[in-house]
Design a protein around this ligand. Structure first.
Ligand SMILES: [Zn+2]
Length: 426
């Protein structure tokens, strides 16, 4: 009996150790009512401060109004934190939110409104931890409280009233509103009716082709991805667009009237092709590092060009023109004396330009070695290695190349410096 207790104690200890660090948060509740949006943090035990996981700027202190005048959002050591003015510990705080679109530096907008009253919310904006957030914090229990006539679209399912879920990592996009989702081409979509008809038609006709192309190259997805395209007014005459990708989700938001007049359909479809490539990148993307983003960004660029090429046929020189331009931009931004990691930190565009050139060269070399699907086969081999426990970095990427061809890959710099005319095979 004693042994059983000892074993049970060990099992319990292992379970406790394996659990990700508790954020100290019992529940983060978002609520929408006729008065607007609020967020409430309910804590497991009283704390002196709550720190946000991501603080790209100080805009929460302007856009979040505490419902208790003793509560404040301030800036400490590069992070936004919630504290009380009198220093007393707290176990619950609520804020009224300015639920309008705001572009955040290097982060996704918390609210992307639809023209018909719907809202796309990025949950990651609300992640916080008692005291301090560390890299070991991964999970946040969340809930949504909705008015009766709205529904919540989360993980491809429709929910009403009050709904709880366990969120994690970078968060997800959730939709709140009345517009029904459409299911087509292995995608669930919500496309704003205010977007130009021609773009809506372009999306409806092109997305199925993009999806089937990548399914053929990289295998089918385990979950049905969601695609959101929203449009909202914007004050001050500003306009623009922002898009992004989260696991299994793609979104793009246009803001300001002028953004609709300036929609370039080709560029938009191109954007979606690049983002859909990311959806199919699986574990190769999931564990990727920002320092070596040239691997997944360059591969997504290359994959999107290969899709366009397959659609336009052999006559297209779109890819070779793009690679030539990218090579000029890459070599102009990357002095030989510097490491790529240092350059990429200053100029993130180099992950796309240098990444496209390198991946185009790898693709051409793979094809020359009889690997017809080129970069797609490389990506699958790379993902397999990552699943076997290898890190998602250039060493593993080049190891995948060696596994396929039998010889070592050139360095990133050598791949970039190859004359482009030789690299691009149709
Ligand atoms: Zn990308």
């Amino acid at each position: 009996m004693r042994y059983f207790i000892a074993i049970a104690a060990i099992v319990l200890a292992v379970l406790l150790l394996a659990k990700p660090d508790a954020s100290g948060i019992q529940l983060i509740t978002l609520a929408k009512s006729e008065f607007g949006w609020t967020v409430t943090y309910s804590l497991s035990e009283p704390t002196d401060r709550l720190m946000f996981v991501r603080s790209p700027d100080r805009s929460r202190s302007e856009r979040w109004q505490p419902l208790d005048s003793n509560v404040a959002i301030s800036w400490q050591d590069g992070n936004e934190v919630i504290t009380t003015r009198n220093g007393e510990p707290f176990d619950e705080v609520s804020f009224a939110l300015d639920a309008t679109y705001v572009p955040l530096p290097k982060d996704y907008a918390p609210f992307s409104p639809f023209s018909n009253g719907g809202m796309l919310v990025h949950t990651g904006r609300f992640f916080a931890c008692a005291n301090t957030c560390t890299a070991n914090h991964h999970e946040w229990p969340m809930a949504m409280q909705l008015p009766t006539d709205d529904y919540l679209l989360i993980n491809g399912t429709r929910q009403q009233g009050f709904f709880e879920w366990l969120d994690r990592d970078s968060g997800r996009a959730i939709y709140v509103g009345k517009q029904p989702p459409e299911h087509f081409a292995a995608l669930v979509t919500l496309i704003d009716p205010a977007l130009p008809q021609s773009l809506q038609y372009g999306l409806v006709s092109e997305l199925p082709m993009i999806m089937s192309y990548f399914t053929k190259q990289l295998g089918s997805l385990t979950q049905t991805p969601m695609l959101f395209a929203s449009y909202g007014d914007y004050q001050g005459g500003y306009y623009g667009q922002q898009g992004g990708v989260l696991p299994n989700q793609i979104f793009m938001h246009w803001y300001g009237e002028a953004s609709l007049e300036n929609i370039n359909e080709e560029t938009t479809l191109w954007f979606f092709a690049h983002e859909i490539a990311h959806l199919f990148q699986g574990s190769g993307l999931r564990y990727s590092s920002t320092e070596e983003a040239w691997i997944h960004e360059g591969a997504a660029e290359m994959m999107a060009y290969l899709y366009t090429d397959s659609k336009l046929g052999q006559s297209s020189d779109l890819l070779s023109t793009a690679v030539q331009e990218a090579q000029q931009k890459c070599t102009a931004a990357w002095p030989i004396s510097e490491t790529f990691v240092a350059v990429g930190k200053v100029d993130f565009r180099t992950h796309y330009t240098c990444g496209l050139v390198a991946n185009a060269e790898l693709h051409a070399q793979l094809k020359a070695n009889g690997i017809d699907a080129g970069i797609f086969t490389l990506w699958q081999t790379y993902s397999d290695l990552i699943q076997q426990g290898e890190p998602a970095n250039s060493t593993t990427y080049f190891a995948a190349f060696k596994q396929l061809t039998g010889y070592a890959s050139m360095t990133l710099r050598q791949l970039i410096d190859r004359p482009v005319s030789m690299t691009v095979a149709p």
